[in-house]
Design a protein around this ligand. Structure first.
Ligand SMILES: Cc1cc2nc3c(=O)[nH]c(=O)nc-3n(C[C@H](O)[C@H](O)[C@H](O)COP(=O)(O)OP(=O)(O)OC[C@H]3O[C@@H](n4cnc5c(N)ncnc54)[C@H](O)[C@@H]3O)c2cc1C
Length: 569
């Protein structure tokens, strides 16, 4: 049986940062990822990463406390403030570390790391590498992983977590190249498995962002937190929803409706296009719904006034994408955009060290909910979260291993893994041999459309109930799927359908959480309860999986310095 002291699942920024930290703390580490690490979704991040460095001439007095306040306000006061203070306090150190590791950040005239304005931030504090920040960060992080000789299993897909008596012993994974299942024993497991964007239609996310880590943890008894909070990015390309970074507005881009009006002045007169994402996305959708959009449902992101030089220097990838996918050159014409699903504020319930209620099981990055984003994440805070909490999870896992806190021998661990292996074998074989009438691809499309339509930007009891019923119907129909390809080697039909049930379970947790939250807060906007209700809902939703679906409980929000106030921009 394969064994690692610390096993990291996920080759994105969170997973690799955790692996580096556990390695440097003296642990023997393995990383397992369903794609080559640099193909993880982190590579697609465009706009930048926040840290109060004070390099911008308009923000010399910036500091972590201001960054924390912006984050708390942006979260609509649902973020845990102690965790936010960790996030913003450790931010400068993480950015300088990446700089020292060779990350090619864009520079100011004096040679400092350049910073641009971003939505919901009081001052320009978003560090960037043109509009390819994720690419620069992930390649740097992967170099550090290689440099340390950390073992990486590429194209291995975890299918289950081996948990017994509140303790995690490892995972069962499918080696996609051979189609073999393997049990991987570990003294500590860290998930950095990313988001679940692909549960929604119109997503800006990579096709592999199916939330499989969240689902695997949830099925193993680990609760999910605040799943009803889904971020819709204001500006995704009309037609295919490829992201057009917030950096485009940070550089001065305008949003215009079909009448040529800069409509944000009605919704956020001070912050305008740089209000937080929930507000801008709803403003765009309102313009479209009320007939002031263009036919088909989009508005314009106009960069033409920025000039060719600035666009080529600061937003080259945005320009390429717009030209290649829509034939529009942003130097000369405005870009057609609409809101698209973008990010999961919720995830696996963890503390600020990535620990979950299962001993030896940690999570960090987009798959986890600490929570630092509350009901709405600020742009640039997610890349930051992967590094701050990836590092902390790696350190905590190493402490757990070194303290010998597990107190169990290999014999017990192997027994648990053998049982997990038998169960996983039953399940994967069932999917490989499934020959029912239901087409799983159609089920997936119905799921995604249902979530976007019924539990999307604007929510209401009747539609959400219909959405939840539909999710339950899909769960039933999943039992009657048939798959086309029965080979074991690199069978992506098999691999993708293995996780479809998990996508449905995660969708059910989202729907249940959203229905129960009878208020509007951040990204969760209800047309039937339009106000925030701090008396009844200033609390985190915790969903546990039971035979009858998710069971919800609530936990208070940690407030350190900032009492909830009205949120205006
Ligand atoms: C287009 C786009 C642009 C963005 N731009 C920004 C930005 O400018 N600034 C910002 O702060 N945030 C941005 N974000 C958000 C941010 O990029 C992500 O939240 C963050 O990179 C997630 O990192 P991660 O390490 O948690 O997960 P990911 O980078 O998604 O990595 C997940 C890893 O888990 C592995 N994995 C998943 N499931 C399994 C499994 N079952 N078995 C094995 N391996 C598995 C995958 O192979 C992958 O390696 C953007 C997001 C998108 C989609």
């Amino acid at each position: 049986m394969i064994y690692h002291e610390v096993l990291v699942v996920g080759g994105g920024l969170a997973g690799l940062r955790a692996a580096i930290e556990a390695h440097d703390a003296g642990c023997e580490v393995g990383v397992l990822s369903r794609v080559h690490p640099v193909r993880s979704h982190s590579v697609a991040a465009q706009g930048g990463v926040n840290a109060a460095l004070g390099n911008h001439p308009d923000a010399r007095d910036d500091n972590p406390e201001k960054h924390a306040f912006d984050t708390v306000k942006g979260s609509d006061y649902l973020a845990d403030q102690d965790a936010v203070e960790i996030l913003t306090g450790e931010a400068p150190a993480r950015i300088y570390e990446m700089e020292h590791w060779g990350c090619p950040f864009s520079r100011t005239e004096e040679g400092r790391i350049a910073q641009r304005p971003f939505g919901g931030a009081g001052s320009p504090r978003c560090c960037y590498a043109a509009d390819k920040t994720g690419h620069a960060l992930l390649h740097t992080m992967f170099e550090q992983t290689l440099r340390r000789g950390i073992k990486v299993y590429e194209e291995w897909q975890v299918v289950s977590l081996a948990v017994a008596d509140g303790r995690c012993y490892g995972v069962v994974a499918l080696d996609l190249k051979t189609g073999r299942l393997e049990a991987v024993r570990a003294a500590a497991v860290i998930f950095g498995t990313g988001g679940a964007g692909r549960i929604y239609a119109r997503s800006t996310n990579n096709i592999i962002n199916t939330g499989s880590g969240m689902a695997i943890a949830y099925m193993a008894g680990v609760p999910l937190k605040d799943m009803e909070f889904i971020q819709f990015h204001p500006t995704s390309l009309f037609g295919n929803n490829v992201l057009m970074t917030e950096g485009a507005r940070g550089e001065g881009g305008h949003l215009l409706n079909a009448l040529g009006e800069r409509f944000m002045e009605k919704y956020a007169p001070k912050a305008m296009e740089l209000a937080p994402r929930d507000i801008v996305a709803r403003a765009i959708q309102t313009e479209i719904d009320e007939g002031r959009g263009f036919p088909g449902g989009y508005v314009h992101l106009d960069l033409t006034h920025l000039g060719a030089e600035r666009i080529m220097e600061r937003l080259p990838a945005i320009r390429d994408i717009a030209i290649n996918f829509t034939g529009v050159d942003p130097i000369h014409e405005p870009i057609p955009i609409q809101p698209g699903q973008h990010y999961f504020m919720g995830g696996i319930d963890t503390d600020a060290d990535g620990a979950t209620e299962v001993a030896g099981f940690f999570a960090a990055g987009e798959c986890a909910c600490v929570s630092v984003h509350g009901a709405n994440r600020l742009g640039g805070n997610s890349l930051l979260e992967t590094m701050v909490f990836g590092r902390r999870a790696g350190a905590a896992a190493a402490r757990f291993v070194k303290d010998g806190a597990d107190g169990v021998g290999a014999e017990k661990a192997e027994k648990v893994l053998t049982a997990a292996m038998a169960e996983a074998t039953r399940r994967v074989t069932w999917v490989l041999e499934a020959d029912g009438p239901e087409d799983p691809a159609a089920l997936r499309d119905e799921l995604r459309e249902n979530m976007f339509t019924n539990i999307g930007l604007f929510r209401e009891e009747g539609a959400m109930k219909a959405g939840l019923d539909k999710v339950r119907e899909l769960r039933e129909r999943f039992r009657r799927i048939g798959i086309r390809h029965r080979g074991r080697r690199y069978n992506l039909d098999w691999a993708r359908n293995l996780e479809l049930e998990g996508m449905i379970l995660v969708a059910e947790a989202i729907a249940a959480g959203a229905l129960a939250r009878r208020e509007s807060r951040g990204s969760h906007f209800r047309t039937d309860y339009r106000e925030r209700d701090d008396r009844d809902f200033l609390k985190h939703t915790i969903a546990r999986l039971t035979e009858d679906g998710p069971e919800l409980e609530y936990r208070p929000v940690t407030i350190t310095k900032w009492e909830p106030k009205a949120r205006t921009y």
